[in-house]
Design a protein around this ligand. Sequence first.
Ligand code: UD1
Ligand code: CA
Length: 452
Amino acid sequence: MASPSVSLIVLAAGQGTRMNSDLPKVLHPLGAAPLLHHAMRAGQALDPARIVVVAGHGAEAVTKAARAFDETVDVVVQAEQLGTAHAVAQAAPLLAGVPGEAVVLYGDTPFVRTETLEAMLAARSRHAVVVLGFHARDPGRYGRLVTSGDTLEKIVEFKDATDEVLAISLCNSGVICAEAKLLFDLVAAVDNKNASGEYYLTDIVELARAQGHSAGVVICDESETLGINTRAQLAEAEAEFQKRARAEALEDGVTLTAPETVFFALDTHIGRDAVIAPNVVFGPGVTVESGAEIKAFCHLEGCHVSRGATVGPFARLRPGAELAEDVHVGNFVEIKNSVLDEGVKVGHLSYLGDAHVGEATNIGAGTITCNYDGVSKHRTEIGARAFIGSDTMLVAPVKIGAGAMTGSGSVITEDVPAEALALGRARQVNKPGFATKLMDLYKAAKAAKKGV
Ligand code: UD1
Ligand code: CA
């Protein structure tokens, strides 16, 4: 259960050297969201009273990303990365006097589940310090958990471990939970006399025990503790994220015809009984309501698709596309920053940008809002029950009144009053017999050229 007396400390100061990137590691995207958001989301489900992100490398950008997730988060800057205990200590001034628990998460460890964090909080009734551990298939360079019965005796870092300790497969995930006050007291007592010359957060276990406190371990599946250090691990994590997102969507009552071809973002919301056909990609900020249908090969981001709407195949909904109930968007249609009221139809080959389209209006094939003049964007307003003829160019800013029509192929540069028919094209001229004459002329010219 959520507890109001939890504070989260998210460590995100590291550079992530092995990513070989100018971008701070925690800002690399996973599920179309910064890596950092994943840990924050798992922690936020605990309904924490405070969230403190410890930033360092790329602090400005990391702060921006943290605030984009939750504008109430506090960010502290750890100017020099002297170790995980030193990182936690940076949060002390902000959380001093805040009662309750503190949970330390890593910004580069995206898959820790909220249920696991809840189990750790529950284990606090038995232990003053609770560490999240896992049995590693390949313990590699992880810190090892030295236990005796139900008690965690100490954590030994790889570089400081004896062969005997290295034989232990129970490893430290990095997630630690303790009463905030105790955590900061312990962290303040950590020194850097070890093989790395760093202030290890892991040392607080031995310190706590020396003061007569008990420490314990909650064990989770290794898949939850996957930390991202390299691009290869990031790619692996993306596959894992998508696998989970697909399973969750199916569980939530969404039809996925070919789940393995659909890609979700961390914040994708899809209602029950929505149908998602093969090869659909969701960027950030998409909501698809119950019963809507997204046909094959669509790309959606920053948009809202209401009940009963159908999209695609081969459609692109860009940020600000707002589709009301029963809207139909067909093949090769792109919609950006536009509101389509109930029952609007845009069936084929159209671009609508910076527009509002009133209810039940039909947009003919090939219609384009010419919204950009090379310098500024301009709006197109189309009233309800209008009929826009195929291949109409709507040169914005322009308004089409309710119930108005435009003739096919029109270039509309002036407002059209309600219920008027606008024709903005050259008048047709028929020249009897000219086609045959012209063809004969061309043939004669070609023959003359070849010298036949
Ligand atoms: C840490 C643990 C190790 C554990 C492993 C799990 C310590 C001493 N060791 O090792 O027991 O098995 O994680 O992945 O805690 N960070 C800061 N400031 C710092 C140092 C680190 O914010 O000064 C952040 C990093 O950005 C990262 C996290 O803390 O998100 C972990 O740091 P990292 O250096 O990767 O620790 P490990 O050596 O992997
Ligand atoms: Ca690490």
